[in-house]
Design a protein around this ligand. Sequence first.
Ligand SMILES: CC(C)(COP(=O)(O)OP(=O)(O)OC[C@H]1O[C@@H](n2cnc3c(N)ncnc32)[C@H](O)[C@@H]1OP(=O)(O)O)[C@@H](O)C(=O)NCCC(=O)NCCS
Length: 396
Amino acid sequence: MNDVAVRALRDDEFRSAHRLFRAALHAGPGTDEEWERVRPVFQPGRVLGAFDEQLVGTARSMDAELVVPGGARVPLAAVTGVGVRADRTRRGVLTGLMRTQLAELAGRGVSAATLYATEGPIYGRFGYGIAGRARSYTVSRQRARLRPDAPEGGRIEMLDLDEAERRLPEVYSALPLRPGMMSRDRWWPGLFAGMRSGDDPAVALVHHGADGPDGFALYRVSRDSGMSATLRVVDLHSGNATAFAGLWRFLLGVDLVDTVIARNRPLDEPVELLLTDPRACETTELTDETWLRLVDVEAALAARTWHGAPLVLEVTDPVLDHNTGRYRVGPDEVSRTDEPADAALGVAELAMIFAGGWLPSALVDAGRISVLDPGVAVRLDELARTRRAPWCGTFF
Ligand SMILES: CC(C)(COP(=O)(O)OP(=O)(O)OC[C@H]1O[C@@H](n2cnc3c(N)ncnc32)[C@H](O)[C@@H]1OP(=O)(O)O)[C@@H](O)C(=O)NCCC(=O)NCCS
């Protein structure tokens, strides 16, 4: 990188960074009103700018917590707002931003960073790997009949957006979260800013189970031609199978809706299992969801649960040297070691198996993890086994 300096931006520079990011995504600068709505998600100290004579690139993050397999939470940076001016790309500006950001996160004791990538080739070189994948699907309301054995569900309460903004954060915080999910404290204002813009009506639901609120959904409905309409699920989380079925029972019962669209949902979400005709639910897209970067490998490995016999992993980190080394990883302990390695992998591949998004043996087969002998691949699968597909479910 030539003559580009990276530093944290002052509050009065945030809007320029926002404009630059929007321009990098080919969006206009946005109105004053839009800026006021998104302003709260710009966290002081976490907005970086790259300068030559002027601002030419930006990246920021929000503090959060990541849920890891086993349910523990670790300090997380949710990285977003990454953009470089079109006349300054491919000369190392992003590289400078990423390196500065990762060093700063490591210095603050953050265990992991996560992001949504616009394109696949961008972030692997900085140690990010695909944490998990997501499915988008469409349910034909005309064809979708719930099976008689589908859980009945509890009471559904409809909220207006002001009340939803007050109450949903608490409902979400009390839910049992799956690996890959994150705390949302700084995120909610952006969601509700989006829900309040646009013309399509927005609706919020809370599901009440035997012990109180245990799920919620936010959706918007757009009128198609004539009286038909499309319902788009914006956010849906449930703490148990009854709440999940109850929310879907409601969504499939909304009058005048032809199609229900749910985007970027977990791979193991069982909508079709609730239906008499499973093909009423059609998968329309399968994509990578979040990318994960282990910033403090030892702390992250120690926070999650492991299974079976311990293995020694040799990890290489091209950006954060302190992570390079051998780790003995097992259900009872995670520690640095000098013992010979059973498997060698990059920090990006470690991130891919960390939350359970990929079978280690698939990465061995693809040549991305080296193993001492073929039996190690099977033992790695057992070591990293998780019960549920990882999913973030919070788009930032
Ligand atoms: C993606 C983006 C931030 C990259 O910034 P940049 O300053 O050009 O990146 P760098 O010059 O530091 O690139 C580092 C390396 O990554 C490669 N790279 C960067 N962006 C890439 C892309 N979109 N596709 C393929 N390779 C890419 C570069 O070629 C370079 O590799 P090299 O060193 O082997 O030549 C910039 O292109 C951009 O703003 N794009 C539009 C907005 C966007 O997609 N932002 C990401 C939001 S998640």
